[in-house]
Design a protein around this ligand. Structure first.
Ligand code: VG1
Ligand code: CO
Length: 542
């Protein structure tokens, strides 16, 4: 039986960089999730009788919202819902399922790397039929609809069993529960040389993969240990927990510190890696060396042809604007296109669909390719393994070789978290006002050659996205970028991205923060970070 339920709108359901993210108690308000999901459906056309994919990273409230999605999908006339068993699907796996089963779209329930639990974060993101996050045209429509929504349509189904594989009828709709790992693992087998990686493990190569109690656990267990023969214990913290064991499932040097310390220690394995809450990010650490995500993107692009899925070479590389320019030098050498997009994976979709780019990446530990339309943590780990197996060198040798060939982009991101939103906006407005007069001036001994507020012109659909971050370019390929985060759930987060290019074959290795010292000072001089926020240092440095 389908009911039409009267509701009143909320005014805060604007999707951010990666969907709608709020604290769990916000999502638990009456009709909050229903309103948003109905607003998504109201912004789409032509899904009657078609398939919707749903799954999440297993965090607190995941199961409840999955039940709501199923009931609303039935109420709105979808023909089928495909759901991962237990409500589990990593973000890249969900993208693959949408594509493979030609679904109309999917709802991914996750707040990525943010903590989970009754007072922590939750999120809902809509992905379109190509498997990628909805473009701005759709997310704008969803927000507009959410502000005026006055009813939702829901089927009275009772609790649907999402823990048993197979199909069940739910009203006029079919609910199909699938294994979350099988299709994804099969896709990985088509891209990488599993025999070569198996031989690498057989030769005694040791790896540590930290799933951070999040969604990649079951994927890593199956692929690394069962299919590739890595020893039992290679995947750690592999059972997804609703609160991620009380940790932030954020694969950076702060939250994956145990892994980092082990990799820097005397008995370090050959290769260390981690992924985030929803499985789309990756952390790569060699024995004694952390690989920055920007360098990782460049190195993977330069070596991708060693993996069977990319042996034809790359069509192009795309990176988000704040990501370091290391990949640009690889694109230049390969003679392929280089695209610079705003932050967030949704901007890569058109480039991938149009065959302009094959590999994409972001400085925030996201790397991926045209195999799906999301960034993909385990994919990056497997590509690294394939490269290590093919080249027979250590991570450190590969990174050093890359710097020797292309030069080195010293790079760091400084985050100022939970600052007052008004203060953050004032700081950005102050910067914008200064922009026209910055070029040609000198700050902290460095000359500014250009300064702008990044606007992206999509080469495929010709849409324009403005105000995507303030760029201050210095001579010699150094720069500072300022933008406000679009994924936080309390206050504002200012992100400052600092980069210095060193063509000098990088023989003398500087400590990163030291290498960037004068640019960090310049960033504060230009934006007045201390003066505005009262903070003397960032909350997180990556
Ligand atoms: C952050 C990152 C961005 C990433 C986004 C979603 O956004 O900077 O690169 O695409 O998170 O990542 P922001 O607006 O807070 O800077 V996640 O792993 O949802 O999946
Ligand atoms: Co994520």
């Amino acid at each position: 039986m389908i009911k039409e339920v009267a509701t009143t709108p909320y005014d805060d359901q604007k999707p951010g960089t990666s969907g709608l993210r709020k604290k769990v108690p916000v999502f638990q308000q009456e009709h909050y999730a229903e309103n948003f999901i109905q607003s998504v459906f109201d912004s789409l056309e032509g899904f009657e009788g078609k398939t919707l994919v749903v799954g999440g990273d297993g965090r607190f409230f995941n199961r409840e919202v999955i039940q709501k999605v199923i009931a609303l999908a039935a109420g709105n006339g979808f023909g089928r819902v495909i759901v991962g068993r237990g409500g589990i699907l990593s973000t890249p796996a969900a993208s693959n399922i949408i594509r493979k089963y030609k679904a109309f779209g999917g709802l991914i329930l996750s707040a990525s790397h943010n903590p989970g639990g009754p007072h922590e974060d939750f999120g809902i993101k809509y992905n379109i039929g190509n498997g990628g996050p909805a473009p701005e045209k759709i997310t704008d429509a969803i927000f507009a609809r959410s502000k005026v929504i006055d009813r939702f349509r829901i089927a009275d189904l009772g609790a649907i069993d999402i823990d048993t594989l197979g199909e069940t009828r739910a009203g006029d709709m079919i609910v199909q529960v699938i294994d979350p790992v099988t299709d994804y693992a099969a896709l990985m087998e088509t891209l990488f040389d599993f025999d070569a990686i198996r031989a690498l493990f057989r030769s005694g190569f040791r790896m540590a993969f930290d799933a951070m109690h999040a969604v990649t656990g079951p994927y890593a267990k199956e692929i690394l240990e069962n299919r590739l023969g890595a020893p039992d214990g290679t995947a750690r913290n592999f059972v997804p927990l609703p609160d991620f064991g009380g940790h932030h499932p954020d694969p950076n040097l702060v939250h994956a510190k145990d892994l980092y310390d082990e990799m820097m220690g005397p008995d370090a394995p050959d290769f260390g890696a981690a992924s985030d809450g929803d499985g789309d990010r990756n952390l790569i650490i060699g024995r004694g060396i952390f690989v920055t995500p920007s360098d990782s993107l460049a190195i993977l692009a330069a070596n991708a042809h060693l993996a069977p899925g990319y042996k034809q070479g790359l069509k192009g590389i795309a990176r988000s604007m704040p990501t370091s320019c290391a990949a640009d030098r690889v694109a230049e050498k390969l003679g392929i296109g280089m695209y610079e997009t705003p932050t967030g994976w949704k901007f890569f979709g058109n480039l991938l669909d149009a065959g302009l780019a094959t590999i994409c990446g972001e400085e925030s530990a996201g790397t991926g390719s045209d195999h799906v339309r999301e960034k993909d943590g385990l994919w990056a780990v497997l590509l690294w393994l394939n490269v290590l197996a093919s080249r027979g060198k250590s991570v450190e040798e590969i990174v050093a070789g890359h710097w020797a060939e292309f030069g080195r982009n010293y790079y760091s991101r400084h985050d100022y978290e939970e600052i007052d939103s008004e203060v953050a906006n004032r700081l950005m407005e102050g910067l914008r006002a200064k922009l026209p007069n910055l070029a040609g001036t000198e700050v902290s001994g460095r000359k500014i050659v250009a300064a702008d507020d990044f606007a992206y012109h999509d080469p495929v659909d010709e849409s324009v996205s403005r105000n995507q971050g303030i760029r201050i370019l210095f001579g010699g390929g150094s720069r500072v970028v300022f933008r406000l985060s679009g994924t936080g759930t309390s206050g504002a987060t200012l992100r400052v991205y600092i980069e210095r290019y060193e063509p000098e074959r990088a023989q003398h290795r500087l400590e990163t923060q030291e290498a960037l010292g004068d640019l960090i000072a310049a960033a504060d001089a230009i934006a007045g970070i201390r003066a505005h926020t009262g903070r003397s240092k960032p909350s997180v440095i990556t």
